[in-house]
Write a protein that binds this ligand. Structure first.
Ligand code: PLP
Length: 386
């Protein structure tokens, strides 16, 4: 009866909704399912942040509308965080936009910068919301393959010049979901050069910025000279502080891009609940011991899971960052048939790589989002099968 706007037909299928349905079938049947398929942090938000929320909830000034573009104290906390963690100087009012989580910012950016017919470069495999944003803007995507032989970094010299000349926007994400690849400073320098040469706006998604292993701190794109002239970084509190349900993130960097995002948001939202902003500022300003503990936990889990898979004769690489393991599927399987096989026979859930793009079809993604014991149990169940 109600004809949808054309753009609705262009939205990609929510691939993982299908997986969730399959998983529920096994859970409802009472099987002991180990779910490594999702990207939802399993641990609670640190208590001092929850306490700040409670304290904020008692303050009547937070019961009113928040300022349109977020409280100054939160933007200041984000700027101070970047200074402290990455040595990056930011003007909190002009170079920081408060977001309802990173996902929203990624989609908004495409709305701000892409017209129908424009081209955006997206990684393949990559986080699916880059595509949704591009599709919603009526633009088209060109993919940048991320392959193991290139440490899961795109090879810019393999991208056709015609594509680079047409591209307006590029999405990158390191530490990477789903491949767990990490970026080097030299790769980001190359990115700044490419962006300048071809006039491309770069959006670096730093969702897993806190999670680097073996003592290696992931590099922020904004640490690179000239990065602010060509792009922004999306930072979210979802993973750093186990705050996925709270919906707090930032777009940070190029002043004119931040202004565009803010302007667009002025027409969609008034900013986040003041008490949430108060607690988010506490997360950023407060002790970062909880973040060190979080990284240690993921590193122990990684060592347990990958160690056990290797002991069991499946030689897979150890991720250097993020909380994902990107596991090659054995001969004869696609990512989907292999993940179905693991679910049916081992009751272990992994995400089929095809859900992140066609390059992903030779891999499945396992999240380190359960205890070491359960991860070892999952590795043993998988080993029995392959
Ligand atoms: N970017 C990547 C690569 C992610 O994996 C996620 C969440 O899983 C997000 C962005 C979005 O995070 P949020 O919207 O919770 O800030």
């Amino acid at each position: 009866r109600f004809e949808q706007a054309e753009v609705m037909g262009k939205l990609p299928e929510q691939f993982f909704a299908k997986l969730v349905k399959k998983v529920s079938y096994y859970v409802e049947k009472g099987y002991d399912v180990i779910n490594l398929g999702q990207g939802n942090p399993d641990q609670p938000t640190p208590q001092h942040i929850v306490d700040a929320l409670k304290e904020g909830a008692d303050r009547p000034e937070f019961h009113k509308y928040s300022p349109f573009r977020g409280h100054g104290f939160l933007k200041q906390a984000a700027a101070d965080f970047y200074k402290r963690e990455y040595g990056v100087t930011l003007d909190p009012e002009k170079e920081v936009a408060v977001l309802f989580g990173g996902k929203v910012g990624l989609v908004e950016l495409s709305q701000c910068y892409l017209n129908p017919g424009d081209v955006a470069l997206v990684p393949d495999p990559g986080y699916p919301d880059y595509w949704s944003g591009v599709a919603m803007a009526g633009a088209t995507m060109e993919t940048m393959p991320l392959r193991k032989e290139n440490d899961f970094l795109p090879k810019y010299d393999e991208l056709p010049e015609t594509v680079l000349n047409k591209a307006k926007l590029m999405f990158l994400n390191y530490p990477n979901n789903p491949t767990a690849g990490v970026a080097t400073e030299s790769f980001f320098k190359e990115t700044v050069e490419l962006a300048n040469k071809h006039d491309i706006l770069v959006c670096h998604d730093f969702a897993y910025g806190a999670v680097g292993f073996d003592g290696q701190k992931p590099v922020s794109f904004l640490q690179i000279e000239g990065a602010k002239e060509v792009g922004i970084e999306i930072y979210t509190l979802s993973k750093t502080y186990n705050m996925a349900g709270w919906r707090v993130g930032f777009a940070i960097g190029n002043e004119s891009v931040i202004e565009s995002i803010n302007l667009l948001q002025d027409h969609f939202y008034v900013s986040l609940f003041g008490a949430v902003q108060h607690a988010a500022a506490e997360a950023l300003n407060g002790s970062q011991r909880c973040v060190d503990e979080l990284v240690d936990t993921y590193e122990r889990r990684r060592n347990a899971f990958i160690g056990r898979l290797n002991e069991n004769g499946w030689n897979v690489e150890s991720p250097k960052g993020s909380f994902f393991c990107w596991l090659p599927v054995p001969e004869g399987y696609t990512s989907e048939t292999f993940s179905d096989y693991l679910l049916e026979k081992a009751h272990v859930v992994v995400a089929p790589g095809i859900g992140f793009g066609s390059e992903g079809d030779r891999y499945v993604r396992a999240g380190l989002l359960t205890s070491e014991d359960r991860l070892i149990e999952a590795a043993d169940r998988i080993a029995k099968l392959i």
